[in-house]
Write a protein that binds this ligand. Structure first.
Ligand SMILES: NC(=O)CC[C@H](N)C(=O)O
Length: 370
């Protein structure tokens, strides 16, 4: 086996707890961020490249990572976006005919520091019990005191603005120019598969940087707007909240996904809060309150919308509820052409139950077009 003498590495949590592991590859390093876990049994490439995870160290509960390599076009951004990776077994070899790279090389290309051989079950149980917290992973195993000092300087996720770190610098287009509809996307960390879903529905997208004003987006004369997913706390995103307010004031079709959903809630005066340890996985059950049907969904969020404020808001309807903890999973504005979900209708990875939400958005664009 490759790397028979694996070098030691550690996970140091903000409360001082240490978990032991081994280095992936042989290049030492240190990485820090908020530690979180994803329970998906597949889809690591999509997870690692999702800009919503920027600033987070990912623990994968799937015991095998890397065994099917990576493949171009299955990523959500060009390189890995997570701050670091903690896994149980890391496969240096992959067996999938369609793969074009090993995960090891993909992580190298992304300059991502990863450690393996960690008791991930114990670590996940610990986070689940004690809540999300900052952590540092390092090969500098004999320097715990030094690492503690570095860890103390890592910013708290609560209140942290991260959209500016992942958003496009310049506007760009996605899809065919000849498409029937035009949607302006405010990129606070957009996953590529959201754009693909729109393009597949005859939508031409123009993707704007996170700090673009509504007037600038409007100049392109889009039929509707999308507020994307993305990393960090939604509350510091003043421009995005203002954009949502202005789109709603003009009653243009607006869809929000995850961070975009939280921004729409804030634009309506509904608060958001940091969850204990969040929802990250691909089997999160949702109740669609309008149809009474259940949906299996892909989720990745650590903040949530205030349920009481949403339920008591005269102009807002809670359309979807998370069945594990009854948190708000979807909203609709009663008198506005606007809806949003806390989960990921684009999946990638995950089940396809919620793709219909893109069709619903198209239904909202059609009358505007005519
Ligand atoms: N996937 C997302 O858009 C995540 C939204 C936000 N950063 C959260 O953690 O709740």
């Amino acid at each position: 086996m490759k790397y028979q003498t694996k070098k030691k590495a550690i996970v140091l949590l903000a409360d001082g707890t240490v978990f032991h592991g081994k280095l992936v590859g042989d290049k030492g390093g240190t990485a820090f961020g908020e530690v979180c876990f994803n329970t998906g049994m597949t889809g690591y490439q999509e997870i690692f490249t999702d800009p919503s995870y920027f600033g987070q160290i990912m623990v994968t509960t799937n015991a095998h990572i890397g065994n099917y390599g990576t493949r171009e076009n299955e990523e959500e951004a060009d390189t890995a976006q997570i701050s670091g990776l903690i896994c149980k077994n890391f496969s240096y070899y992959h067996s999938r005919p369609a793969a074009d790279m090993s995960l090891e090389n993909f992580l190298k290309k992304s300059n991502l520091f990863a450690i393996s051989d960690v008791d991930t079950r114990a670590l996940v149980t610990y986070i689940r019990k004690n809540g999300a917290m900052n952590a540092i992973i390092s090969s500098d195993v004999d320097n715990i005191e030094g690492l503690k000092k570095q860890l103390a300087d890592v910013p708290d996720m609560n209140g942290l603005e991260l959209a500016s770190k992942v958003s496009t610098r310049e506007p760009y287009f996605f899809g065919s120019k000849d498409a029937e509809y035009k949607v302006a996307v405010l990129d606070v960390g957009v996953k590529r598969s959201i754009l693909k879903h729109l393009a597949n529905r005859d939508v031409y997208c123009k993707v704007f940087p996170y700090n673009t004003s509504y007037n600038e987006m409007k100049e392109w004369e889009p039929d509707g707007y999308l507020l994307s997913n993305g990393p960090g706390d939604p509350q510091p995103l003043e421009n995005a909240i203002q954009v949502a307010k202005e789109i709603m004031a003009e009653d243009k079709p607006l869809m929000g996904i995850c961070l975009g959903h939280q921004i729409i809630a804030l634009a309506n005066g509904i608060g958001t809060y940091k969850m204990h340890h969040g929802h990250r996985g691909i089997n999160h059950p949702i109740l669609n309150q309008q149809t009474g049907k259940g949906e299996m969904t892909s989720q990745n969020h650590g903040f949530s919308v205030n349920k009481e404020e949403a339920e008591n808001h005269p102009d807002v309807e809670v359309t979807h509820t998370h069945l594990n903890d009854h948190t708000v999973a979807g909203l609709k504005m009663k008198n506005k052409n606007c809806f949003s979900v806390q989960y990921h209708p684009e999946a990638s990875p995950g089940p396809n139950d919620a793709h219909y939400l893109f069709d619903e958005f198209l239904e909202r664009l059609k009358p505007v077009k005519v």
